[in-house]
Design a protein around this ligand. Structure first.
Ligand code: SR1
Ligand code: MG
Length: 406
């Protein structure tokens, strides 16, 4: 008889069926369960349970002791606690934008949550060139509600410090410090580069001392600026989407860091979708339509974020000095500067580092792949170096078009 109450072990599909029947109060007594492991992320195991009798379904997500992508990464199973706690908090701050959390088990390091199988992973949908006109509105509401409301602007300072303690996430932060801020910017063994791009990367990224210095400054800002409770990995693979609904998943990298980290991740991954469309849609009309949609979405993510952030500040700021004239503009300016820089870092690291993105990897023709990589790397470098001057949605799009239309 399996015992889930004493000691952690990594479950397989048949164990998860027993687990659901004995540890979860979700299915009916006469349940007929099937279970499939459906995870395709870099870290965890994701099981989908379906009861053929009632049609009810559920997701059980278990953290393994090492990352799925490589056992070089020893990641604390405590990430599952972080994930379930932050999902409950985000559910309060941004209702409707995260899955419902039903259960957390600190021994088995797993949690059970709402099944979102009527949605699609956004990266997969964008690679099929589907469009989602409500996305910019949804994701900016989610980001303003979670980032502004967990900051010292709104949250009482002692309560915020308690949250900082509870969401200290050293191992997953180390992954970001290494994979985003460090390894892509030198010839690190763990990088995973497309050979055709090697010379370009050497000349324009690894041999640029000015760029290296800026990444060092940014890395220290990431490690020391406890501004907001971040999702911490807000790329299009962490978003489930359908026409009228957007759900943010996988917040296991959550910690208190610079708010622009989340916004920059969203924008960079929209740029990957743009570049994918540019090189993989054959029909001119279809391609133009998709690229225009992507440009509009990038613009809207920045501009709606700005608008809602300023409005939210006026409505919800509780800190007295935050209401002094000029302060909110000063604060937002810093947040947008971080957004620009992180957009650049994410574009570079997903192209050079170990955790690549399908948007670029599926470009089959070698010349096109190199051309696509040159666009994202050149734009990425510009975002990092010129983060003091890029602020509006239009500024972001201009940087992309500058390289994409050459
Ligand atoms: C070892 S984890 C590699 C990457 O996958 C996650 O989704 C994060 O983006 C991380 O950097
Ligand atoms: Mg993930």
């Amino acid at each position: 008889m399996l015992d889930f109450t004493k000691e952690y072990f990594k479950m397989v599909e048949k164990d998860v069926i027993v687990y659901a029947k004995t540890r979860l109060d979700f299915f009916d007594e006469d349940v007929e369960l099937s279970c499939e492991e459906i995870g395709d992320g870099n870290l965890n195991y994701v099981f989908r349970l379906v009861d053929s009798k009632s049609g009810k379904s559920l997701i059980v997500k278990q953290a393994g002791p090492v990352a799925r992508i490589s056992d070089e990464f020893k990641v604390s199973p405590d990430r599952n606690r972080i994930e379930s706690e932050i999902l409950s908090l985000q559910h309060k701050l941004a209702p409707g934008f995260v899955p419902k959390m039903y259960h957390y088990d600190p021994i088995m390091n797993c949690c059970a949550m709402e099944d979102l199988s009527d949605h699609e992973i956004m990266r997969t949908a964008l690679i099929k060139h589907k469009t989602f006109p409500l996305f910019a509105d949804h994701i900016t509401t989610f980001m303003v509600n979670t980032l502004l409301h967990t900051s010292d602007v709104v949250t009482e300072h002692k309560e915020k410090k308690e949250l900082v303690k509870s969401f200290t996430n050293p191992e997953l932060c180390e992954i970001t410090e290494d994979l985003v801020y460090t390894e892509p910017f030198f010839d690190c063994e763990r990088n995973d580069i497309f050979e055709g791009s090697r010379e370009f990367i050497k000349e324009h990224i690894w041999n640029d001392e000015k760029l290296a210095l800026e990444t060092a400054k940014l890395k220290f800002e990431f490690m020391t600026h406890s501004q907001s409770l971040l999702h911490g990995d807000l790329h299009t693979g962490s978003i489930f989407i359908k026409e009228d609904s957007t759900k943010v998943i996988d917040p296991e990298f959550a910690f208190y860091g610079p708010a622009g980290y989340d916004v920059g991740n969203v924008v960079a991954n929209l740029i990957f979708a743009y570049v994918n469309g540019k090189f993989t849609i054959e029909d001119d009309g279809e391609r133009d339509k998709f690229l225009q949609y992507m440009e509009k979405t990038i613009r809207e993510v920045i501009d709606l974020f700005t608008e809602k952030f300023l409005y939210g500040w006026d409505e919800h700021a509780t800190e007295r000095v935050a209401t002094y004239p000029g302060f909110k503009e000063y604060y937002l300016d810093g947040l947008l500067r971080d957004t620009v820089a992180v957009t650049g870092l994410e574009l570079c690291r997903r192209t050079i580092g170990i955790a690549g993105v399908k948007d670029i990897q599926v470009i089959k023709n070698e010349k096109d792949r190199v051309a696509a990589e040159k666009i994202v790397l050149s734009a990425g470098k510009t975002f990092i170096l010129e983060r003091d001057t890029i602020r509006t949605g239009d500024d972001f799009v201009k940087v992309v078009l500058n390289y994409a239309s050459k």
